[in-house]
Structure formats: structure tokens, C-alpha cells
Design a protein around this ligand. Structure first.
Ligand code: ADP
Length: 979
């Protein structure tokens, strides 16, 4: 500004001329620069403002000229500055009350103002709004402070009342910064409030505030201040209008009200009719942490959630403008936690008797919980929708009467319909249901609607895409409000087609399974994971009787054998824990008899698709018989082992001709060792001497045919080459390869005994023969001598007969002995068999008159044979036939021949021989052990010798017999005998 001043200052010469001119001008003249600093004032100016120019040149015009300052002048200067056009204004000096006429002209860098004092007004030249004057005049007498300020806060004019209150002169304050006037200088707080308000107002804002001023000592006034900016046509702030209202009384009243309000245990506030919130109760302040001063006006925005500010402010302003009650929801911040809670703000206008609003009484109700619940509801509703649209089900809701409200897209897509269609009729979905299911659906749904009971029904819906029906499970639940009334129905429809199919298959397989389980010869059961029995077949029922529900329970104890219970429980528990199949033997009690039977229990887990065990299936197989057999086997094995281990019987297992296993006894008998056995060095066929080969082969044939052999005697060649007489018997194990167990009894002791007997017989018969021959000779001589002397002695004849008998006995003994020793001697001669047989018969008739001996038929040929030995055969057979048929009269002989053979049959009608004895009668010394036969004398040597002689002549001898009927012996001899 100093730069501008110096550049625009006239030159010395020109300025002097100019000064002269200015001094000569009429009226008071001021030149001010753009900053309103007085650059020049003439002498008249001094008289009009009452001070010397030296005191004000260089000072602010408005501060230095209280007698001239007025809003009208200020307004005019502002206008001149803007328009750069000269302007004139007339007004009454607020201080001197003198009319002033002012001409204002723009200069370079400032204004030129020329004042003329006037006695009266010239209205036609008035440029200042008369209304404002009027207003000031009217307000002069009411207790309200009204003033005009420059935008900088210089007081241009003020009404009377505040001057009177402060007891000050107008000129003391006009042109002064308003904040520094006595009203405000009392408190720096009120000064600051005012200054801040002026700054805001100069920027175009209407500012309200309340403050306490003290115009003079002992006078405190509560002032409600409004500063309104006055704007020019081009929206520039020209000056400020200050309105100050004494609200001291109201404040006192309010203080009382506030005391009351503070006592209300709710957040309460009061607002002025213009919407200025002027009081907050204690609770509100405690909650927000703001003082009333801080929150006054729109200070409550500070604790309002930023998102809510705009909205609630507009609502509040709207309420204030329309005079309607205010209601808004907003979040208020809690001072200590910093948390926002939702409140319902309500304010009701309080009016006077004419309906003018005096006050707003507002309350804040904490609705956080409600809000949260609402929010949750909203969210849950949102989630529900999302859920309803995402779940792989069809979801719907209906009104309490069954009318559809909502159906999810999935359902619409499935049936190919719209939501609107569904909403059109509550039975709309029925047409998509399979005809067979419709009646059920209708009835059940109606029932649900009538009773409020849950709806659940399996029904088939037709797919629009495939045109086929699929199975669904429809479910609906009523949703009730707090009062228990149904507000809607919520339903789902789940596709269970696959499940149905599987179920069906399962049913089928279950059916098959059941049939199987029922037909199985086992006890079958299925038990669930909790141990509950799910199924048992009829057989199990029949066996046990009434079954307990739980397999794993104490009740089971009574069915299990006490000795098996613990083991069974332990095994079952372990299996259930590990999921592994188990097998266990136990005894179960039969319900009816109470007897225990052995069972083999088997159980295995049944798993679902995901591998989880769902149940256990088990069978119990009756193994009682098996157990018994096993026991029997065990015992027999024990016996067999005892036998094997006994040192009485030698046992070996032969495969082919080889001995593959043998007990110690056999090895001991034969002199072989375990090593020989292991090395395969023992062969029973090699151990068999050649003379026993034929008999051994015979025994083997018998073994093949009858699985076992009759024990027979033979010899084994031992390891050291010695002979061991044995009695052997065998049992066939298998045919191919030939395998048999052979039992061997050491026969050497018996053999030795027999040998000794044979030796004795041989010796005895030889020793008897000579004296007997001598005796027979002497009897014959004696017989001759006595006959010569003519003496007949019956006794001598009897002696001769007995001697013959003894001689025959000795002959037979000798024959036997000879046979044993190696054989009889035979002679070869031509024998006329017909003659031989008839001679013998004739002889026998003499000695046995009790029987008729009949001879039939002829042989008709001679044989080359031993005549005496053959005679011995027929004599013997005839003698037996007579001897063993004591009650019969006849004995027949029948002779016959074929081209090859000769046959002689000797038949009696006597005692007969049993079939068992028939094989044995040809053995040496064998006699039938029957009391009747025993009574008949004999030594059992005759048939033995007969068989030996027939065998020598390559013939055979057989016997047919019936006990009590008689016997027939048949001797067959080959014609071409070559003996
Ligand atoms: P024995 O000297 O005892 O007659 P044998 O060798 O001649 O001896 O006969 C043996 C046995 O056969 C006799 O003891 C007898 O029991 C029985 N026997 C032989 N022939 C006959 C027969 N014709 N009728 C019944 N039994 C007979």
C-alpha cells in the first residue's frame, strides 16, 4: 500500500495547487485510500468531526470519524469503490443527529468524500434503504441491541438501548471495532466468540451464538446474538447486521428447566424454534462427553456418525421449517468407548396458545439393540435369500394361508414356470405332481395349513427339461411370531430320486439278503454300532428263544457259556474299536433244552460308501458235531500215538515197496535205524524172503480188495541178514500210489514154541512106532498060536483093533511131522480109482456096520498117482463122514469125471460145519470147538494130511455144508497127474 501511495502522489507543484483547491472547497473533505486510511482532510473536516486533522490523518476513516460513520455512508463508499462512479448519500449522523449530505467520488487508489451539514432530509436523494432506518427507529425503544458492522467488525451504528445499558455515548463506540466496545471487553471469551462470528459472517454466513456480556459493573446479560451478512447484488458482503437479544430471563427459566431435564434418566435436549439446539441434559453430556457449549447449535454433529450427519441435519431442518415433530434414527458416539450406538431422536415442538413454537423438547432413545436385531434380521434375510438361491434344493415360502410368496430360481427352472405363476394360485404346483401323488399332497398340505403341523411328503415332480417325474421329499415348517401365530410357511423340496432308487435296490438286496440269511444253516445277526440287535434270523430265534435287544449287554451273559463270556466280550470290544473282522468259538445255550452247543462266530463290519462302519454282520455256525469229531479224532490220535509209541507192535507206513515211516519198535525188531529210515534204505519187499513172496502178494491183493488184510505169518530178513518170524496185518491208506500201514508182531517166541512141539511130535511118533510095531507083531503071532490051538479069544481081537488104531494115530503123527519137516514121500503107480474107492468102502462097511455106505458112478480111468496116499484121503473122508453123522444112516460116495478131471464126492447127513469153521478145518490140529463135536474123539490131523496129499496130486478139496443137515467134501484131481 505504501508503494501505491508514493507512486500515485502528485508532484510537489501540482500537489500544492491541489491542496489550495481542496482547502477552498465548501464542506468537509476527506480523501481515503483503498484501505480506508485517511490520506487527506481539509480544515472543514476538522470542524465537522471535532478533532484536529493531525490526529486522524493516517488513521482508518471509520475508526476516526464517529460523527460521520453510518451504515448508509459505508454502503455508499462500498458501492462507489465497486462502480467507480460518483455517488451521493444523505443520512442522519447516529451521533450528532445532524443530517449530512455526502458526495463520494472515486480517485486514483481511493475515494474523495465531501460532507455538507443539512437541516433536513431530501428524500429524493436518499440511497439508503428507508426500511432499515425505520427498523432501527422502531427497535430503538425495544430492548434489543441492533447494530451495523463493516465486514471487518467496525461498528457503524447501534440503537439506543445497549448504549443506555452500558451508560456510554454513541461517539465512544461508533467507528470502533465492535469487539473492543465496553459490552464485550468484560470477557475475552465473549470477545473471541464475537470475533469468530464476525469472521464467519463476513464470509457470507449467518452466525448465531449465545454469550454473557456485562455492559457495566453489576449488570450481566445473557445475550443471544445473530450476525447476518448483508449482501450486494453481486453477492458481496457489504456490511453485517448485528442483533443481540437479552435472554437473561429465559436463561434463568431455562436453568430451572435444565435442572429438571438433567434429572431425567434419558438423553434429552432442547432446541429453539429456529432449530438451534441450546441445551443437552446431564445424561446426554455424560454419554457424548460434550459440554452444552460444545454441542450447541449444530455442535451435536461432532458426536453424530459421519454417515448420518447430512441426513439427520436435513431431517431436522425440514422439521423446523415445517413445524412438524422431528424423528430420526442416528448413531451417537460414546465418549469413552468411542463406539457409536443407534438412537431414535425425537423432538416435539412446544407451542404457545397461538400455536407459535416456543421450544423443541428432544429425546434420544437407545435403539442399538433393536437396530442390531433389525440388522441381523436384514442380514439373515439377505443370507437366507442367498442361501435359498444357493442350496441344491427347491426353497419356497408361503403366507399362512398357503399362498406362495417366494420360490427360488431352482424350482422355477425345474418346473419351467415363473414366480408369478406360483403366486397366482396356492395349488399351482399340484399340476406338476405325479397324478398318483396329488391326492396325498393336497390332503397333507391342507392338514398342515389347518393344524400348523409340519408337512412332510414324498412326491414326484415332473421336470420341464426331461418331461420325466423324479422323486422329491417336500417338507414345510410353520414360522411363528412371538405370539405363536403362524406368519409364514417355509418349505424345501429335496431331490431324493437317486436315494429312492438306491433305497429300492437296497430293499431288494435287503430282501435277498434276508432270504439268504433265513435259508442259511447258521444263526445270522446284524448289530448296530451301539450294540443294538438289528436283525436275527429265525434260526437264531429258534435256537436261543427270546433275544435281548443288545448284543453287547449283560443280558447276553446268560446265553454264553460262563467260561467263554469274558473272551467273547473282549474280542468283540476290540473288533468294534479297530473295525477288524473277527472269528471266535464259543458255546451258546439252547433256549429250550438249556444245553450248550459249540458255535463258530464270525463277524465283519459293513461299511458305507465313505468307508465308515454302519453295522456288523455276523454268523454263528453250529460246530458241535465238528467239535465232537475233533475230540474223537484227538482221542483216536492219542490212541494211535500210544500204539505207535508202544514197544509191542511194530508199525510202518509203506509206499510201494518202500518204508517211509516206522516206529521205534519196528526199527528195533528189524535192526534198522532212524537214519536208514530217513535215507530211504528200508524196503519191506526186499525184507520179504522168497518163500513168503507168494503169500505176501496174496495179502496185498486182499488189502486192495478189502482195505485190510487178515493177519498172516511170515518172516522178515533183518538188517543183519537174520530171519524174524512175524505176524503181520495191514490197513490200506490209498491205492495210488499204494500206501498202507502195516502192523508187525514179533512171532519168534511162538514159532520157537511150535518148533519145539513139532520136534516133540516127530520124536514121539518115531519113538512110539517101533514098540507099537513089535506089539502088533506079537499080537499077530499070539493070535496064530491060539487059533492053532483052537482057542477063540474076543479080547485078543479087540486088542488087535486098538493096536491098529494107535498105529494109525502114530502114522498120522508121523505124516504131520514129515509134512512139517519138508513133505511126505510119494510113489508113482497106476491107480484104478473105481476099484480103490470100492475096496475102501467095503473095508469101512465091515468096521462101521452102523452106516450104509453107498458108492455111485465111476471114474473110468486110471491115474498115475500114489495109491496108498489117495486111499488115505478117501478113508479119512469116509471115516469123518461116519464119525460126524452119528444120527444118520447113510454116507454116499459119488464118482464122476470130465475130460480133464476126476471128481469124488463124499456126502453125509450129519452135524455139518459152520461157514467160519470151513476154512480152518484143514489147518493142523484144528478141531471144531463145539460140545457135540468135541465129544467125538480126534486130534485134528486127518484133514490137514488129506489137504496136503490132494495138493501134492495138484488137486483141490472143497467143502459144502449146512449145520444140522450134513456136509459134502469134493476132491477134484487132474487126469494127467504127473507126480
Ligand atoms: P479129527 O481127528 O478131529 O476128525 P480131522 O482133521 O479129520 O480131525 O477133522 C477136523 C475136524 O473137522 C473135526 O474135528 C471135525 O470137527 C470136523 N469134520 C471133519 N469132517 C467132518 C464131517 N464130515 N462132518 C462134520 N465135521 C467134520
Amino acid at each position: 500500500m505504501s508503494k501505491a501511495k508514493s507512486s500515485k502522489r502528485p508532484t510537489q507543484h501540482r500537489s500544492e495547487a491541489l491542496l489550495t483547491l481542496l482547502e477552498s472547497l465548501p464542506g468537509a473533505l476527506f480523501i481515503i485510500d483503498d484501505a480506508s486510511i485517511i490520506v487527506y482532510a481539509n480544515a472543514s473536516a476538522q470542524s465537522i468531526i471535532g478533532v484536529s486533522p493531525g490526529t486522524f490523518v493516517g488513521n482508518n476513516f471509520w475508526h476516526s470519524t464517529p460523527r460521520l460513520v453510518s451504515p448508509a455512508l459505508y454502503q455508499a463508499t462500498q458501492k462507489c469503490k465497486q462502480t467507480r462512479e460518483p455517488i451521493e448519500v444523505e443520512y442522519v449522523s447516529p451521533v450528532t443527529q445532524i443530517w449530512l449530505h455526502v458526495q463520494i467520488s472515486p480517485t486514483v487508489g481511493g475515494l474523495l468524500m465531501q460532507f455538507h451539514e443539512k437541516r433536513e432530509a431530501q428524500p429524493h436523494r436518499e440511497t439508503f434503504s428507508p426500511d432499515e432506518h425505520l427498523a432501527v427507529d422502531i427497535l430503538k425503544n425495544i430492548y434489543i441491541g441492533i447494530g451495523f458492522l463493516t465486514p471487518e467488525g467496525i461498528l457503524l451504528d447501534i440503537n439506543e438501548a445497549p448504549l443506555a445499558d452500558a451508560q456510554i455515548q454513541r461517539e465512544q463506540v461508533i467507528g470502533k471495532p465492535f469487539a473492543e466496545t465496553p459490552w464485550w471487553s468484560f470477557s475475552s471469551t465473549s470477545q473471541d466468540l464475537l470475533r469468530a462470528a464476525i469472521v464467519r459472517a463476513s464470509e457470507g454466513e449467518t452466525v448465531n451464538f449465545e454469550t454473557l456480556i456485562s455492559p457495566r459493573d453489576g449488570m450481566d446479560i445473557h445475550l443471544e446474538v445473530t450476525i447476518i451478512p448483508h449482501k450486494s447484488m453481486d453477492d458481496c458482503v457489504e456490511y453485517l447486521v448485528f442483533v443481540g437479544t437479552d435472554i437473561t430471563k429465559r436463561k434463568c427459566a431455562e436453568a430451572n428447566i435444565h435442572t429438571l431435564i438433567d434429572a431425567i434418566p434419558q438423553l434429552v435436549w432442547t432446541g429453539r424454534p429456529d432449530g438451534y439446539v441450546d441445551y443437552y441434559n446431564q445424561r446426554w453430556r455424560d454419554y457424548t462427553g460434550l459440554s452444552t457449549e460444545e454441542a450447541q447449535g449444530d455442535g451435536w454433529m461432532r458426536c453424530t456418525h459421519p454417515e448420518d450427519r447430512q441426513r439427520v441435519l436435513e431431517t431436522w431442518q425440514c422439521a423446523v421449517q415445517t413445524g412438524r415433530p422431528y424423528e430420526a434414527e442416528q448413531r451417537l458416539r460414546h465418549c469413552t468407548t468411542g463406539e457409536y450406538r443407534w438412537f431414535l431422536m425425537q423432538a416435539t415442538p412446544y407451542t404457545d396458545s397461538w400455536g407459535a413454537i416456543l421450544k423443541y423438547i428432544g429425546t434420544c432413545t437407545d435403539i442399538e439393540d433393536k437396530k442390531r436385531a433389525e440388522q441381523q434380521l436384514k442380514e439373515s434375510e439377505k443370507h437366507w435369500r442367498v442361501l435359498a438361491e444357493t442350496v441344491p434344493q427347491m426353497v419356497w415360502t408361503t403366507r399362512p394361508d398357503g399362498q406362495h410368496e417366494y420360490v427360488n430360481q431352482r424350482w422355477c427352472d425345474y418346473m419351467g414356470i415363473t414366480v408369478e405363476y406360483m403366486q397366482s394360485n396356492r395349488w399351482a404346483p399340484l399340476s406338476f405332481i405325479h397324478p398318483d401323488d396329488q391326492a396325498g399332497t393336497r390332503a397333507l398340505w391342507q392338514h398342515a395349513l389347518d393344524t400348523g403341523e409340519m408337512y412332510e411328503h414324498e412326491e414326484r415332480f415332473r421336470s420341464i427339461q426331461t418331461g420325466e417325474y423324479r422323486w422329491f421329499l417336500a417338507r414345510a415348517m410353520p414360522v411363528r411370531n412371538d405370539a405363536g401365530q403362524i406368519v409364514k410357511w417355509f418349505g424345501t423340496i429335496t431331490d431324493i430320486d437317486e436315494q429312492k432308487r438306491v433305497e429300492q435296490q437296497l430293499k431288494e438286496s435287503e430282501k435277498h439278503w434276508r432270504v439268504l440269511a433265513e435259508t442259511m444253516p447258521h444263526l445270522v445277526w446284524a448289530v448296530r454300532l451301539d450294540g443294538r440287535l438289528e436283525y436275527t434270523n429265525q434260526r437264531a430265534h429258534d435256537f436261543i428263544g427270546s433275544l435281548p435287544d443288545y448284543m453287547l449287554s449283560e443280558k447276553w451273559r446268560q446265553y454264553l457259556h460262563p467260561e467263554d463270556y469274558e473272551l467273547v466280550q473282549t474280542v468283540r470290544r476290540r473288533a468294534l474299536e479297530t473295525g477288524t473282522p473277527y472269528e471266535i468259538e464259543y458255546r451258546l445255550k439252547e433256549g429250550q433244552t438249556g444245553a450248550y452247543r459249540w458255535f463258530l462266530g464270525r463277524a465283519l463290519p459293513v461299511r458305507n460308501d465313505s468307508g465308515h462302519i454302519v453295522k456288523w454282520l455276523g454268523t454263528s455256525t453250529d460246530i458241535e458235531e465238528q467239535k465232537r469229531t475233533e475230540e474223537a479224532l484227538r482221542q483216536s490220535q492219542e490212541r494211535a500215538n500210544a500204539l505207535m509209541n508202544s514197544n509191542i507192535i511194530g508199525i510202518f507206513v509203506g509206499v510201494g515197496g518202500q518204508v517211509v515211516d516206522a516206529n521205534d519198535t519196528f526199527l528195533h525188531m528189524t535192526g534198522y535205524t532212524q537214519e536208514d529210515l530217513s535215507a530211504g534204505h528200508i524196503s519191506w519187499s526186499h525184507m520179504t524172503p522168497p518163500e513168503y513172496l507168494a503169500r505176501t502178494i496174496e495179502a496185498q491183493q486182499e488189502l486192495n480188495a478189502r482195505q485190510s488184510t487178515t493177519p498172516y505169518e511170515k518172516e522178515y530178513i533183518c538188517k543183519d541178514g537174520s530171519r524174524l518170524p512175524v505176524l503181520v496185518g495191514a490197513v490200506l491208506l490209498r491205492h495210488h500210489p499204494f500206501q498202507a500201514v502195516t502192523f508187525v508182531l514179533d512171532n519168534s517166541a511162538r514159532k520157537e514154541l511150535e518148533q519145539r512141539k513139532d520136534d516133540f511130535i516127530s520124536m514121539a511118533s518115531h519113538e512110539l512106532r517101533n514098540p507099537l510095531t513089535a506089539l502088533k507083531l506079537q499080537i499077530t503071532l499070539l493070535h496064530r498060536q491060539l487059533t492053532k490051538q483052537g482057542i477063540q479069544t474076543a479080547a485078543l481081537a479087540s486088542m488087535e483093533t486098538q493096536a491098529n488104531k494107535v498105529a494109525r494115530l502114530v502114522e498120522e503123527l508121523l505124516d504131520v511131522s514129515k509134512i512139517q519137516a519138508g513133505g511126505l514121500e510119494y510113489v508113482r503107480e497106476l491107480v484104478d480109482l473105481d476099484m480103490l474107492v470100492r475096496e475102501i468102502a467095503e473095508t469101512m462097511r465091515h468096521t462101521n456096520p452102523s452106516h450104509h455106505i453107498l458108492v455111485h458112478g465111476i471114474v473110468g480111468t486110471n491115474l498115475l498117482a500114489d495109491r496108498d496116499r489117495l486111499g488115505q484121503v478117501f478113508t479119512n473122508l469116509l471115516s469123518n463122514a461116519i464119525k460126524y453123522s452119528p444120527g444118520a444112516k447113510t454116507v454116499e460116495m459119488d464118482l464122476s469125471a470130465t475130460s480133464e478131471t476126476i471128481r469124488i464126492r463124499i456126502q453125509d447127513h450129519g452135524l455139518g460145519i459152520t461157514s467160519e469153521q470151513r476154512n480152518k478145518i484143514f489147518d493142523r490140529f484144528y478141531r471144531v470147538n463145539d460140545s457135540r463135536q468135541k465129544a467125538i474123539p480126534g486130534l485134528g490131523m486127518g484133514l490137514y494130511i488129506v489137504a496136503e496129499i490132494v495138493k501134492h496130486h495138484r488137486g483141490t478139496i472143497t467143502v459144502e455144508s449146512k449145520v444140522g443137515k450134513g456136509s459134502t467134501f469134493t476132491v477134484t484131481l487132474p487126469k494127467g497127474i504127473d507126480v
